[in-house]
Design a protein around this ligand. Sequence first.
Ligand code: CTP
Length: 400
Amino acid sequence: MDALANRNVLLGITGGIAAYKAAELTRLLVTGGARVRVAMTPAAQTFVTPLTLQALSGNPVHTELLDSAAEAAMGHIELARWADVVLVAPATADFIARLAHGHANDLLSTLCLATRAPLALAPAMNTQMWLHPATQANCEQLAARGVTLLGPGAGDLACGETGPGRMLDPAELHAALPDLLGGGALSGLRVVVTAGPTREPVDPVRYLGNRSSGKMGFAVAQAASRAGASVTLVAGPVGLPTPSGVRRVDVETAAQMHAATIDAVDDCDIFIAAAAVADYRPAQVAGEKIKKQAAKLNVELERTSDILAEVAALEGGPFTVGFAAETDDVAGYAREKLASKKLDMIAANRVGEGLAFGTDDNELELLWPDGGARLPRAPKSELAQQLIAQIAERYDATRR
Ligand code: CTP
C-alpha cells in the first residue's frame, strides 16, 4: 500500500507509441492499492488493447462517449466525478491541442472538461512536435489553467530522434501523483460509518421508523474514502447509491446495525456514528398483522443498545465521533453527550427550520474534549469534507 491507496485514479491513454508504458503504470498503481479506471481514445487502442488494461486495472475500460451500455454501467459524468485525480499518459500533441481549446468530441476530452479533480498530462511525442510553438503555447495555456505537466523527458525517441519528447517512466509518473492529490488526510486508515434510519418491526407489515435520509452519513463515507481511508458503511434502509470505493453493509433494525457495526469496528481506526438509530423498539413483534379492533392500541417499547456508547467504551477502541440532533441548546446537550458517552468528538446540529433531515444542506457545531469548531451552513457533501478534515486533524493530534 502507498500514498495512493484507496484513491481513485482515472488514467487516460491517447494514441502514441508510449501507450505501451501505460500498462506498466496501471500495474504499479493497482499494486500500490489505488483504484484505477482507464479511458482510451480510438488511436490509443491501435497501440495497446483495452483487454490488456482491463486485465491490469480489474475494471472495464472506457472507450466510447456515446455507448449506451457503458453509460448505463458508469456514465461519463459519473466517471469524471469518481476520479480523485486524472492522468493522461501518454498525452499526444493532438490531444493537448484539443484540450487547450476545450474540445469534447470524444470520451477522454469530455472527461477532462467535466472533472473537478486535478488533471496531469504526460506528454509524449517527436521532439519537433514538442518544440513547435503551437504545442508550447497549448501547454502554457493549460498550465495557466492549473493542469500539471509531467515531463516530457529527453532521450532517444521511438522515431529515431534524440531530444525532449519522451514520456516519463511509469515509476516517475507514479511517484508524482500523490503531490497532485495533496496526500489523503486519512490515507491507510480504516473507517466505519453508520448512516440512515432504522426500522423496528411492530408486526409483519408495520414498523417504527424516523425521517433520516442517510444523506449526511453517505456524504461522510464518501469524503472519508476520498481522503484515502478504507471505508465500511453500515446503512439503514435508504434509497441512496453506494459512494464509490466504499464497502456497504445494508441493515434494517437497530439490532442488525449493532451487530454489523460491532463486527466492522473490530479492527478500525475511526468510527463515525451518523445513523439515526431507534432508541426504542417494540418489546414484542406480533406474528400476524395486528387487526384494528380496540379504540386504543398499546405497543410496549424496550430500549435498544446504544451502538455509539458501546464502541466508545471498547478497550483500545477506535477514535469515536457521534452526532447529536437537537432542537434547542445544541452546544449544551452535545457537550453533555460528548462527556457521558466518552466520545472523541461530537457533531451537533439543530433539527427543524429546513435543516438536517432530508435536506441537502446542513450546519454543524463540532466539539471535542478541549475545543470545538463551527462548520457553517453548506451542502452536505462539502460539510462532510470539512468534517473529515477536522476528524483527521484531531486523530493525528491524539492517536498518531
Ligand atoms: N446512537 C447509536 N445507537 C443508538 C442511538 C444513538 O449509535 N441506539 C448514536 C447516533 O448515531 C448518534 C448519537 O448516538 O451518533 C446520538 O444519538 P441521540 O439519539 O441523539 O442521543 P441520545 O444519547 O440517545 O440522547 P437523546 O435521544 O436523549 O437526545
